[in-house]
Design a protein around this ligand. Structure first.
Ligand code: ME8
Length: 639
C-alpha cells in the first residue's frame, strides 16, 4: 500500500498579484510534493486563495469592482501563475467556493456546540493588512502593528469569541511532547513563550462589513477571515462532504508557511482542531522572509516583481535551484540577481553543464555516440561509485528533513567529484594511447553518474533532469522514474545513443547582461553619469500614477509641508508629504486628481513618512501641481 503525504501552502490574499516572495512557498511546496511522489507517496498538494475579509473588500472597492468579480479575476491570475511556473498542485481552493463556505459554517457550529464559542464585546486594535487583532501592550512603537509596522485601527464590536484560553495547557503539552510539531526550533520557541505567557480568547466574527462567511444562526456576523482561511486545509480534502477522502489524507503531513503567520497555524489552528475533535497536523514549518536585492518586497517599493519576469530571464530551473541552494531554508534570505548569476555560472553552467557536455562529447567522439560497456575497472572508480551511493543517502535524509540547501550541497559535492574523476582518469590520454577498454569504463561511469544526478534532480529541477535523461538516450523513462532507479550503481544500459545539444545553462556575462532590476544606487548613478541620457526602459521604471487626494493637512511646525492622504486605486491608500504649503490651502486639494511617482523609496520629512512624491512645475515664485482634466480612475498608470 502506498503511503500518503498531504502538503499545503498558505492560501494567499488576493488583494494584489503574487511576487517572488509568495511564489517562494509555493515553489518549495512543489519541490516537496514532487520529491514525495518520486519516493512513492500518494501526494495531495494544496494551494489556493484567501478571498474574504476587510482587506480584500477594500481592494475590490478601490478597483471599482464587486468583491466577487474582483476575486474571480485575481484567483485566475494566481492559477495562471502557478501553471506558468509548472506547479503541480492537486487542487486549488478558493475561500469563496460554496463547498468551503458550508464547511466553515459546520466547523464553527461544531465549535459552538462543544461549548467553545460565546458572545462578547471586542474592543481593541486591528491591523487590516494583516487581518489581525492586537492588544494595547502588543502594539509596536507609535501604536503600529507589531507584525507589519503599519497603522492599526480601533475596533469596538459585539463579536463571537473562541475559548482559545481553554486550550492553553493542552497546547503546552503538545509542544512538549512533539518537539518537531513546529519547526525550525527557534520558531517553536517563540510559540512556547506565547503559551507560557497565557493565551487570551480570540474574536472570531466581525459585524462592520458583510464580505465573509455568515455565522450560522446569526448572519449579522461574518466569520473572521483567519478562522475561515484555516479551515481550508480540511475543507479542500472533503471534511464533512467526502469522509473517505478526508480520512485518507487528514491529518496534513506538512503545513508550509511564512514566519509571520506562525501564531495562527501553531496555536489557533490546533486549538480549533482540538475543539472539533480532529487529529492535528504532523508538522508546521514556518520559513523565513525573502528580500529582493536587499530590499523588503513590497508593491510600494516597486520590486514586487512578477516571478515570470525572472523565469523568462533566467529560466525556471535556475530560479528553483537558486531559491533552495542560496536561501538557507527556515532563515531570512536575500534574492539577489548578482548572486543568482554567480550560481548560474558556477554551479549550473560550470559544474553541471560542463560535466554533461564533456561526457557526451567524449562518448560521441570515441564510441560513435553509444554508451560503452565498462570493461576495465580501477580503484578510483570505487570512489565514484561509493560517492554516488553516499550522495543518494544523504540527499534523501536532508530532503526528508526539509534541509534543501544541504541536500543540494551534497549533490554538488558529487558533481564536483565527477568532474574531478575526469581529471584523475584523463580520458583524452586513454583515447590517444588506444586504451579503449579503460576509456569505455571511465565514460560509462561518467554517464551513470550523470543518470544518478539527473534522477536526484527530478523534483528540484524537472526540466534539467528531463533534458539530461534525453541526452543520455533515456528520455522515455523520465516521466515514470522513481527512487527505484537509485537502488544501485550500474542501472544505465550500455548501447544507448547519447545526444549532443546546446549548453544546459549558457554562461552569463555580468558586464553585458541586463538584469531585471538595477540593484544598487551606485550603478544607477554610474549609468546616468556615463550616458546622461535615459532609455525608454529607464523611463518605464518610474511608476507614474493618477491619485485622488482624500485628505490634506498642514504639517505642524512647518511652513512648507502639507501631509496628504491619497488614493492610488489598486495600490491602496498612501500618505505623502509635499512642499506646497505656500501655494495651496489643504482644502483646495481634496478631491483633486494629481500625478505621483508611486515607486519612490519612502522617505521621512520632519519625521513623517512620505510614500511617494507628487509632481509639480515651478516657474520663479509660481508653482502648480500637475492635475488631470478627465475623471480617470485613481491608480491609472501614466506612460
Ligand atoms: O497571510 N518571503 O496571505 P498572504 C517569503 N491569507 N515568503 C513570503 C514573502 C516573502 N517576502 N511574502 C509572502 C496570508 N510570502 C493569509 C494566509 S493561510 C490559512 C492564510 C509567503 O498573501 C509566505 O508563505 O499575506 C507568507 O506566509 C505568505 O506568503 C503570506 O501570504
Amino acid at each position: 500500500m502506498k503511503k500518503k503525504f498531504y502538503v499545503t501552502t498558505p492560501i494567499y490574499y488576493i488583494n494584489a498579484e503574487p511576487h517572488i516572495g509568495s511564489a517562494y512557498t509555493t515553489i518549495i511546496a512543489d519541490i516537496v510534493a514532487r520529491y514525495k511522489r518520486f519516493r512513492g507517496y500518494d501526494v495531495f498538494f494544496l494551494t489556493g486563495t484567501d478571498e474574504h475579509g476587510q482587506k480584500i473588500l477594500t481592494a475590490a472597492q478601490q478597483a471599482g469592482k464587486s468583491p466577487q468579480e474582483f476575486c474571480d479575476e485575481l484567483a485566475e491570475k494566481f492559477k495562471k501563475l502557478w501553471q506558468d511556473l509548472e506547479i503541480t498542485n492537486d487542487y486549488f481552493i478558493r475561500t469563496t467556493d460554496e463547498t468551503h463556505m458550508k464547511v466553515v459554517q459546520k466547523f464553527v457550529k461544531k465549535m459552538k456546540e462543544n461549548g467553545d464559542v460565546y458572545k462578547g464585546k471586542y474592543e481593541g486594535w486591528y491591523c487590516v493588512p494583516c487581518e489581525s487583532f492586537w492588544t494595547e501592550d502588543e502594539l509596536g512603537e507609535n501604536k503600529t502593528c507589531p507584525s507589519c509596522g503599519r497603522e492599526v485601527r480601533w475596533v469596538s464590536e459585539e463579536n463571537y469569541f473562541f475559548k482559545l484560553s481553554k486550550y492553553n495547557q493542552k497546547l503546552l503539552e503538545l509542544f512538549e511532547k512533539n518537539s518537531d510539531f513546529v519547526e525550525p526550533d527557534f520558531r517553536r520557541n517563540e510559540m512556547l513563550r506565547i503559551l507560557e505567557k497565557g493565551l487570551k480568547d480570540v474574536s472570531i466574527t466581525r459585524t462592520s462589513f458583510k464580505w465573509g462567511v455568515p455565522m450560522p444562526d446569526d448572519p449579522e456576523h461574518v466569520i473572521y477571515v483567519w478562522i475561515d482561511a484555516l479551515i481550508n486545509y480540511v475543507s479542500a480534502i472533503g471534511y464533512t462532504w467526502d469522509e473517505e477522502k478526508f480520512n485518507y489524507y487528514w491529518p496534513a503531513d506538512l503545513h508550509l508557511i511564512g514566519k509571520e503567520i506562525n501564531r495562527f497555524h501553531s496555536l489557533i489552528w490546533p486549538a480549533m482542531l482540538m475543539s472539533v475533535g480532529l487529529p492535528l497536523p504532523k508538522k508546521i514549518y514556518a520559513h523565513g522572509w525573502l528580500t529582493f536585492n536587499g530590499q523588503k518586497i513590497s508593491k510600494s517599493l516597486g520590486n514586487a516583481i512578477d516571478p515570470r519576469v525572472l523565469v523568462e530571464k533566467y529560466g525556471l530551473d535556475a530560479i528553483r535551484y537558486y531559491l533552495l541552494r542560496e536561501i538557507n531554508f527556515g532563515k531570512d534570505g536575500d534574492f539577489s540577481e548578482d548572486s543568482l548569476i554567480g550560481r548560474i555560472n558556477a554551479d549550473l553552467a560550470n559544474d553541471l553543464g560542463n560535466l554533461l557536455h564533456r561526457t557526451t562529447a567524449m562518448i560521441i567522439q570515441n564510441f560513435d555516440s553509444k554508451i560503452p560497456k565498462p570493461l576495465k575497472k580501477e580503484p578510483v572508480d570505487s570512489q565514484l561509485i561509493f560517492g554516488s551511493l553516499e550522495t543518494v543517502q544523504k540527499f534523501f535524509e536532508n530532503m526528508d528533513n526539509l534541509k534543501f540547501t544541504q541536500a543540494l550541497e551534497n549533490l554538488w559535492q558529487f558533481i564536483g567529484f565527477s568532474n574531478k574523476y575526469i581529471d584523475l582518469t584523463e580520458p583524452w590520454k586513454l583515447s590517444k594511447n588506444g586504451d579503449k577498454d579503460r576509456l569505455a569504463t571511465v565514460l560509462y561511469n561518467l554517464a551513470e553518474a550523470l543518470r544518478i544526478i539527473a534522477t536526484l534532480l527530478k523534483p528540484v529541477m524537472p526540466r534539467t533532469s528531463k533534458e539530461i535523461y534525453s541526452r543520455l538516450g533515456i528520455a522515455d523513462e523520465w516521466d515514470k522514474v522513481s527512487d527505484e532507479a537509485l537502488k544501485e550503481w550500474g542501472m544505465l544500459k550500455s548501447g544507448l545513443t547519447v545526444k549532443h545539444g546546446e549548453p544546459l545553462f549558457p554562461r552569463i556575462d555580468p558586464r553585458k547582461f541586463e538584469k531585471v532590476t538595477v540593484s544598487s544606487k551606485k550603478e544607477v548613478k554610474e549609468v546616468a553619469e556615463e550616458l546622461n541620457i535615459i532609455t525608454i526602459d529607464d523611463f518605464a521604471r518610474v511608476d507614474l500614477r493618477i491619485a485622488k487626494v482624500l485628505e490634506a493637512e498642514k504639517v505642524e511646525k512647518s511652513e512648507k509641508l502639507l501631509k496628504l492622504k491619497i488614493d492610488l486605486g489598486d495600490l491602496g491608500e498612501r500618505q505623502i508629504v509635499a512642499g506646497i504649503a505656500k501655494y495651496y490651502k489643504p482644502e483646495e486639494l481634496i478631491g483633486k486628481l494629481i500625478v505621483v511617482v508611486a515607486n519612490l523609496k519612502p522617505a521621512k520629512l520632519m519625521g513623517i513618512e512620505s510614500q511617494g512624491m507628487l509632481l509639480a512645475a515651478k516657474d520663479g515664485e509660481k508653482l502648480s501641481i500637475l492635475t488631470i482634466e478627465n475623471q480617470l480612475k485613481p491608480g491609472a498608470k501614466i506612460s
